[in-house]
Unconditional design. Structure first.
Length: 395
């Protein structure tokens, strides 16, 4: 593979490499690939990096502000490259980010966890910009890499970028949820799009002893954790390695909820009302914390939605995904008790509170103590050991 990047001697890129090495995200065996594959070569002229200070995606155009464009390319931030499945061209952000360049620290952490060796064959699910496929091709040889992308326009741009760099992995336009049997079996499958159910096709297309690394989550919220699953026969099992948040595979996106449908079925004035001794700080622990992910593991078919705070009060809603049961907890600043409303056949808050207590009773275990097993009977989550405490995760 040959590689060429514009302004390759950029100080920002050099500093990014140093920071990734210092943090441990970039391991020494991936350092040559970092040097050879420039993220900037895979980014469009108009893009939307995430501004940490503003906590929002902002427009950057290489044609009008090349310095800001390169600064973003060389920063450890995610960069949106497509909105609304291509229906929104810009210039401002759209509604739903549907393709992106992941944070370099995340990319190289995943590649490290993938634990590849020379001669291994890899399926890259979710081509996106093409950067990950290029990194894998540099390390393993392009003939050992297949990358698949559901969006034909995104795939075409990535293929052009890869070809310009002299990189020729197998590039496929298709739904990665079904894998790509034509190039199977694989030693590794790496998904960079979130899933809520691991497809059996991935297991069947992985060699026994091979590894699937994928961001897995529940419908409870946007929180995912990377599942590193070893395949043995028709079973895949392994631990979660880290909390992440990825755009969902298109086949795995959650349907939109209409809160009005729930309140019509069970009006607020008819709901059961109680109180609970719990503060907002204890329950809403924030993005990339363990509790929301654990609650999703323990409370099936439920989605949480925290509303904006007004006058010191924040309502947190819970919606059942198989009927119109709902619950709401109202937290108020300075109070240690919160009001609770519940309606429907499921007492959703009771389920959530039971999951919260379960987590607290076990010493608030972090995500890396949990794992996932998938076989013909479905999905099961477990704590510490699949033979110890485990429970089904219904679809």
């Amino acid at each position: 593979m040959t590689a060429a990047a514009p302004r390759a001697d950029r100080p920002g890129r050099t500093e990014l490499g140093r920071a990734l090495m210092a943090s441990g995200a970039l391991s020494s065996d991936w350092a040559p690939s970092f040097s050879a594959v420039d993220r900037a070569a895979f980014l469009p002229e108009l893009m939307w990096p995430y501004d940490l200070s503003r906590r929002a995606s902002v427009r950057v155009d290489k044609r009008t502000d090349p310095d800001a464009w390169y600064a973003a390319a060389d920063s450890d931030v995610p960069i949106v490259t497509q909105w609304d499945d291509g229906a929104h061209p810009g210039p401002g952000p759209g509604k739903l980010a549907t393709s992106s360049s992941s944070m370099p620290s995340t990319v190289f952490s995943l590649l490290r966890d993938l634990d590849v060796e020379a001669g291994m064959r890899v399926l890259d699910v979710g081509t996106g910009t093409g950067e990950t496929a290029a990194l894998l091709s540099h390390r393993l040889g392009a003939s050992n890499v297949t990358t698949i992308e559901v969006d034909a326009a995104v795939a075409a741009l990535a293929r052009d970028r890869l070809l310009r760099l002299g990189c020729h992995p197998g590039t496929v336009v298709g739904d990665g949820f079904g894998g790509h049997p034509d190039a199977a079996p694989y030693d590794r499958i790496l998904a960079t799009a979130g899933i809520r159910r691991l497809p059996g096709e991935w297991i069947r297309q992985t060699r026994s002893g091979g590894v699937i690394l994928a961001p897995w989550g529940t419908a409870y919220g946007n929180a995912d954790a990377m599942a590193r699953l070893r395949v043995e026969g028709d079973t895949a099992t392994g631990p979660f390695t880290r909390l992440v948040e990825f755009m969902k595979l298109r086949a795995q996106r959650s349907p939109a909820l209409r809160p009005a449908d729930y309140l019509t079925a069970g009006p607020l004035e008819h709901a059961d009302q109680t109180t609970v001794t719990l503060t907002e700080e204890e329950f809403l622990t924030g993005q990339f914390t363990d509790l929301p992910f654990v609650l999703g593991l323990r409370v099936p078919r439920c989605r949480q939605a925290a509303a904006d705070k007004r006058d010191g009060a924040r309502p947190v809603w819970f919606y059942s995904l198989h009927d119109t049961s709902w619950a709401c907890v109202m937290f108020r600043d300075g109070r240690h008790r919160a009001s609770v409303w519940q309606s429907g056949s499921r007492h959703l808050w009771d389920e959530v509170r039971a999951a919260y207590d379960w987590w607290k009773e076990r010493g608030c275990p972090g995500v890396t103590r949990f794992g996932l097993t998938i076989d013909a009977s479905g999905q099961r989550a477990w704590l510490d050991d699949p033979a110890n405490e485990s429970w089904p995760i219904p679809e």
